[in-house]
Design a protein around this ligand. Structure first.
Ligand code: ZN
Length: 202
């Protein structure tokens, strides 16, 4: 059984150690208030942070949360933060909301951390719950065997002196066949490209 996403768990552990008494809410399968979009809490890929109640807008409470918000803001990259909501709107005067990359995508599973959950990565790929938990490289859409196959294929094309345009076309064909988004970036050994380009220029 899975709990929050790895990114949410990482920040949660660090906040609990650093800010004694902090209250952290995670899973809640629901739509964003006043919206038809699912909340990232549904995946569960978000944390709500407060010390007393989520609606305590006293100055003392706000000061404590200011420190937490600063801690997170200073480490945006480290924690893969996507959104930090704090005093940005009426819904966030008494608590901080923070959610993460990769973000929950589509319709959240009916069960917490269910295997039908999908996540959208920074590089525009969509990964499964299992891939997220395994921490697979988000660019590695192809398995190792498939990557070797692709390398052989690129080598063959290079030997044949084919154009970069043809390689791009071939990649699109492969992506289409696998049902992957055509616009998403693909991890390619750029050296192979450079050699092809150099040959064209000669
Ligand atoms: Zn929230």
């Amino acid at each position: 059984m899975s709990f929050s996403t790895p990114a949410a768990l990482k920040l949660k552990a660090d906040l609990a150690a650093r800010f004694p008494g902090i209250i952290i809410q995670e899973y809640n399968r629901r739509k964003i208030a006043g919206s038809s979009s699912w909340s990232q809490h549904s995946w569960p890929n978000a944390l709500d942070l407060f010390f007393t109640t989520a609606f305590d807008d006293s100055a003392a409470h706000q000061q404590m949360l200011d420190q937490v918000a600063k801690f997170i803001r200073d480490r945006y990259q480290h924690y893969d933060v996507r959104y930090l909501l704090w005093k940005n709107n009426e819904a966030h005067q008494g608590h901080i909301h923070v959610d993460f990359w990769p973000f929950g995508y589509g319709t959240p599973s009916l069960t917490r951390g269910g295997e039908d959950n999908r996540y959208y990565t920074k590089s525009g790929t969509i990964i499964t719950q299992a891939q997220l938990e395994e921490g697979e490289d988000e660019l590695a859409i192809l398995s190792e065997a498939e990557q070797n196959e692709l390398k052989d294929f690129l080598r063959f094309i290079r030997e044949e002196g084919s154009s970069v345009g043809f390689v791009k076309y071939a990649i699109r064909l492969i992506r289409k066949e696998r049902g992957l988004p055509l616009h998403a970036p693909v991890e390619i050994d750029l050296e192979d490209y450079e050699i092809i380009i150099q040959r064209k220029e000669v």
